[in-house]
Design a protein around this ligand. Sequence first.
Ligand code: SF4
Length: 322
Amino acid sequence: MANKIPYPDFWLDKPYYSLNAYLRKQYGQKVYKLSLDASLSCPNRDGTLDTRGCIFCSSGGSGDFSIKIASPSTGLFPEAFSLMEQAFSKHPGSPFIGYFQAFTNTYGDIRYLEEIYSAALKLPQIIGISIGTRPDCISQEILDLLQQLRLQYPDKFIWVELGLQTMHEDTALYIRRGYDLSCFQERYELLSGHDIPVIIHIILGLPGESTEKILQTIQYISTLHPFGVKLQLLHVLEHTDLAEDFRQEKFQVLSLEEYISLVSRCICYLSPDIVIHRVTGDGPKNITLAPKWSFDKKRVLNTLHKYLRDNALFQGCTLYQR
Ligand code: SF4
């Protein structure tokens, strides 16, 4: 007789609460993502804090697969809607999330930000938007705009994605993140206080971070109980300062086996109410130096799921054992 699985049916076929499971529960069907690039910048690139960007960030501002829909100087591109329609036509009748991914998507003129968010929200295929940004670029003005848009589009959601990467200040200095943990904590609480669901990005495998340090970050996030988390494998991309350090052998990237073991432990430490939006990562193949095993995403996910099942592990299981 099969053992009863120790996690809810709505997690579907995975031993963790995946974004797919969450969306299926909410919308009863598969939901796709449309990555959007509104030609914004970032205080880590335009000289406000730095000109070099975070040490791992590509020249595409971590949005290398996005559709360019607008620019601050010209507004929405005339072809923006047909570009989005082309993407919708690949999955006819399916709902989409408009993901403002490239660079810092709350860093710009407030009227321009309103224009780009509204352009996505008003499309019937878009059920909500997710805005990738940094905590130090969350202002009262931004919060007011998001509140206003929620009133204008009550049947759509607005999520905010914050790139924390690590809770450790020494690593944050090395990666040139440009804000400290207290800034993150304060803006996270502001967003949560306004009932805006937050997704926190963490990078696994940053130079100098032991498993213990990474698990400390995971435990910190777990106690915050955000809506979601993205667990991203560190990718070394060409033309970044991280690539230079990698070439000089200042650090090594994780092997597939190391990553599977590490990400599994992270999943075990994460509170089961947190939706896991990502358990790996995908850098653009043409500029990814390492690790190349990550290109085969299906293999990575299959290996992870097998490892979790073979070892009877599931999201939050470590918390139950305390
Ligand atoms: S904050 Fe984001 S967009 Fe800006 S440099 Fe860092 S990773 Fe790139």
